[in-house]
Write a protein that binds this ligand. Structure first.
Ligand SMILES: [Zn+2]
Length: 215
């Protein structure tokens, strides 16, 4: 389940937080297990400081502001990265009168329902990693790479795995990550630094097309 801390943080319900012109004084939020790993409830009592007087009009206005602030459903993750859709029900005043110092107490109940159609944080990170690889022209199951390496070697390129962090590709200028396969021409006519396999391959192909490959 999303922790009480995560719920408070995501909804901006921490001591001193602002909700419109109101200031949160205290939030007592509990959690109730309805169905483990599926459904949780968060009964909550909150005290806010009203801006200005404590008339019933000001209180009704404040109630509306709080309800609007809590209205939209949102996805909050558990500490294991599981997504939950969180909603907050009707906000109710606990008294018809504000305190003498214009503080007002309200109660409401949060609800968290596990969403199995939304990727977990772990899945999101894996996808980002894969997209990062693709951006660098290195698909996880890039079946072109062995053919490109063979082609480069036949043209006298050296091919190794990079061991250095922070190196840059001589062709595209992007970072070469440790473990990436890189290639460098050994021919005198084709001086140049180490480059991604993909980049070196494209450069060598372009060179041979323009008749520049006189090895
Ligand atoms: Zn490159």
């Amino acid at each position: 389940m999303p922790s009480v801390t995560a719920m408070k943080k995501d909804y901006g319900l921490q001591k001193g937080s602002r909700i419109g012109d109101l200031v949160v004084q205290s939030v007592q939020m509990q959690h109730v297990v309805k169905t483990t790993n599926e459904h949780y409830q968060f009964p909550t009592v909150m005290t806010v400081q009203l801006n200005g007087d404590g008339t019933s009009t000001a209180m009704a206005e404040a109630l509306k502001t709080i309800q609007q602030h809590l209205d939209a459903p949102r996805i909050i993750y558990s500490e294991y990265g599981s997504p939950y859709e969180c909603t907050i029900g009707a906000v109710q005043m606990m008294s018809n009168h504000a305190d003498p110092d214009h503080a007002m107490k309200v109660k409401f109940e949060g609800k968290a329902l596990r969403r199995r159609d939304i990727p977990t944080l772990k899945e999101v990170k894996q996808k980002e990693k894969e997209e990062e690889r693709q951006k660098r022209g290195l698909s996880a199951n890039d079946d072109q790479e062995p053919a490109q390496i063979a082609q480069l070697k036949s043209q006298g390129y050296r091919v190794i795995s990079s061991h250095f962090a922070g190196a840059k590709c001589a062709v595209c200028g992007e970072v070469v990550y440790p473990g990436d396969k890189i290639a460098k021409s050994t021919s005198v006519q084709h001086k140049g630094g180490w480059a991604h396999i993909n980049c070196a391959y494209q450069a060598s192909t372009a060179a041979s097309e323009t008749g520049d490959l006189d090895s």
